[in-house]
Write a protein that binds this ligand. Structure first.
Ligand code: XIL
Length: 392
């Protein structure tokens, strides 16, 4: 096994060697899967292999994994997933921390790792109001940019980032979270300076930078009928006017008892009816008490209380089972929409690194993913695997 800080390149070859020795891995054998399909590489085992006939299974890679080139994380990712998203590394404020100068190392590592493993790569995200320095929206005197100047900045950002990874990043979350629940366009500097067309401009710039990449709009609470109705209207207009959008990303930061899956499924059907691809982009299932009625609105924070952090030392079996049930129901729903749903991406590799331990309340112990804090598969993992075996 590679050392903890093995370079990604080193890791990949050792991993390949290990796979070659072990065949396609116990999970793949148990699933009755055939031999490798990727040229010169072993097929992924685990989740990605089990679901291969229906959709891709992705994971968000953290900055910590990329910075440390943590072999243990990358090994699990290569075994279980066939798609990756940078959890933070490609956001404006992370890849251009001072607003202007580029820090490519993390994103480069992610793209190289993915290429070595034939993974489908998501670029997240080009135009968002969060995790972006305020200076992006101001001129040298600190005054708000004009519409023309901000459009220029947007185009330069998209052309440079999408252009660098042309052909290697397969789909982009072009615009993230542009809609404010029941009220239409969200007020953000992007919207307020440029106007309602800021989003379509972003899609046009992205298409120009990589004509082959799939271009997505990504948002949370996409089960909310008012939000969906607004978006469906916007996208119908895009279709009519030739604005280059290919699909919609449903973040899917869900809980044990929200949202209502019938409502969620109606949203999938509504986007599907427009001929859009549907991607589940940031799946996790929060098991803790939820004070946040606004879903994944990242500016919402609440005070810590012991009452809101009921299971610091482990999840009770009963809740573990509820989590497995919930995941099974979710994947069953996706199976009903196999033609339009292309991918499911989990927002984090294991419970220990999930953003849900810190959001919307800091310092809690949450259990939203399929791997536990020791990176072992949970009952929910087994359930998702069983469903694939039974249904595909
Ligand atoms: C989150 C990351 O997981 C955190 O590490 C970061 O501190 C804040 O952002 N919607 C999105 C994601 O589109 O980019 C957010 O990711 C979660 C909500």
């Amino acid at each position: 096994m590679p050392g903890k800080k093995a370079a990604i390149g080193q890791f990949a070859s050792v991993n390949h060697m290990r796979r070659a020795l072990l065949g396609t891995g116990a999970a793949a054998l148990a699933a009755g899967l055939a031999s490798p399909t990727f040229a010169g590489q072993a097929a992924p085992a685990g989740l990605a292999a089990a679901w291969r006939k229906a959709l891709r299974i992705g994971v968000a890679i953290s900055n910590e994994t990329l910075d440390g080139q943590v072999a243990r994380d990358l090994d699990l990712i290569a075994r279980e997933f066939n798609s990756v998203t940078a959890e933070n590394a490609m956001k404006w404020g992370v890849i251009r921390p001072d607003g202007v100068n580029w820090q490519w190392q993390r994103a480069d590592r992610l793209v190289e790792f993915a290429a070595r493993h034939d993974m489908y790569v998501l670029g997240h995200t080009l135009v968002w109001h969060s995790q972006i320095p305020r200076t992006v929206f101001n001129d040298q005197d600190g005054k708000p940019l004009t519409r023309a100047a901000l459009l220029g900045r947007m185009e330069e950002h998209i052309a440079t980032l999408v252009g660098r990874y042309r052909g290697r990043v397969h789909a982009w979350d072009v615009v993230n979270e542009a809609v404010d629940e029941d009220k239409g366009w969200r007020h953000s500097p992007w919207h307020d300076i440029i106007g309602d067309d800021f989003m379509e401009q972003a899609f046009r710039f992205a298409r120009k930078a990589d004509p082959a990449a799939r271009l997505l709009y990504n948002d949370y609470n996409t089960h909310n009928p008012a939000k969906v109705a607004f978006l469906v209207d916007v996208f119908r207009g895009y279709r009519e006017r030739g604005v280059p959008i290919d699909g919609v990303g449903l973040q899917s930061h869900i809980g044990l008892d929200y949202p209502d899956f019938d409502e969620f499924e109606r949203s999938i059907a509504a986007f599907e009816a427009l001929g859009l691809e549907v991607h589940i982009t940031e799946l996790d299932v929060d098991v803790l008490p939820n004070p946040n009625e606004k879903g994944a609105e990242v500016s919402n924070r609440f005070e810590y209380s012991r009452e809101n952090d009921p299971w610091p030392n482990g999840l009770p079996d009963e809740v573990q089972k509820q989590l497995a049930d919930r995941y099974e129901q979710f994947f069953r729903m996706l199976l009903r929409h196999r033609t339009s749903v292309k991918r499911v991406t989990f927002w984090g590799l294991h419970d220990g690194v999930s953003w849900k331990n810190g959001f919307p309340i800091r310092g809690r112990t949450n259990y939203p993913l399929l791997f536990d804090r020791n990176m072992r598969p949970k009952p929910a993992y087994e359930r998702v695997m069983q469903l694939a075996r039974a249904a595909l």
